[in-house]
Design a protein around this ligand. Structure first.
Ligand code: SF4
Length: 235
């Protein structure tokens, strides 16, 4: 027997997954998530500056595919619009908001012991505000499970929010973030790199070189701290 590396077949599969889940299509920029994660990235996505990498295609496809499998047939996923912002929950099941997350993080380091990512919390609070809810169900599929060898594990919890915190998130985070992105899209000038995101978002971002170039070209003085952080993140 002889084994031959088949790059053509690999490319075919990647193209199939990208087409199936429309991963290379430019989505409207006014989705709730655009105002939660990096605004510079949302701008560059809208302008389709860089195509998703093979790794991103696989990660998105796995996430979408597993979400399809996990969604019961009687679940609904309507689009809700408030203040020009579009929001589509992963599913509404038994009239309750549900978010489905998949992660390669080990269940051993469960988000319950840690804390939930801020972007998840901001997104769920945004969804609650838009739907007029205070509760959000969260399902997390741990692809790598807890043990060695790894077996998948699933976890579910309910977040109980209070009206002041979801109102504060809407008025003082989401709407100001929307204003930044709206202005950038109207003027064609991207939001300042590294200032409109969480630090950790840059680590595996496909736009890191673009952002470094924009920052240098626009004479944005990168602080000693930022330069150190850059070299730690990107070598
Ligand atoms: S590298 Fe950082 S600042 Fe630039 S788009 Fe990515 S996350 Fe945003």
């Amino acid at each position: 027997m002889k084994r031959i590396d088949n790059q053509e077949l690999k490319r075919k599969m990647l193209v199939h997954l990208a087409d199936l889940y429309k991963i290379k299509e430019v989505r409207e920029s006014n989705h709730l998530s655009s105002y939660i994660t990096c605004r510079t990235k949302s701008f560059l996505d809208a302008k389709q500056t860089v195509e998703p990498t093979d790794e991103e295609v696989l990660l998105f496809a796995l996430g979408y595919g597993l979400q399809d499998v996990l969604t019961p047939k009687d679940a609904d996923a309507p689009v809700i619009e408030v203040n020009g912002i579009l929001y589509r929950p992963d599913m509404i099941l038994d009239r309750r908001l549900n978010e489905i997350k998949t992660t390669r993080k080990s269940a051993k380091y469960h988000y319950m012991d840690d804390s939930l990512p801020l972007t998840w919390i901001d997104y769920m609070m945004g969804g609650c505000f838009m739907r007029g809810d205070l509760e959000y169900d969260l399902i997390i599929l741990y692809m790598m499970g807890n043990y060695s060898p790894p077996f998948p594990d699933i976890y579910a919890e309910t977040e109980l929010f209070e009206l002041p915190e979801i109102t504060d998130n809407w008025n003082n985070k989401i709407l100001p973030n929307k204003a930044v992105l709206d202005e950038a899209l109207a003027t064609g000038v991207p939001p300042e790199p590294f200032k409109n995101c969480y630090d950790w978002e840059c680590k595996y971002c496909r736009y890191k070189l673009v952002c470094q170039t924009i920052a240098r070209a626009s004479g944005i003085s990168m602080s000693e701290e930022q330069i150190k952080k850059d070299s730690e993140l990107w070598g």
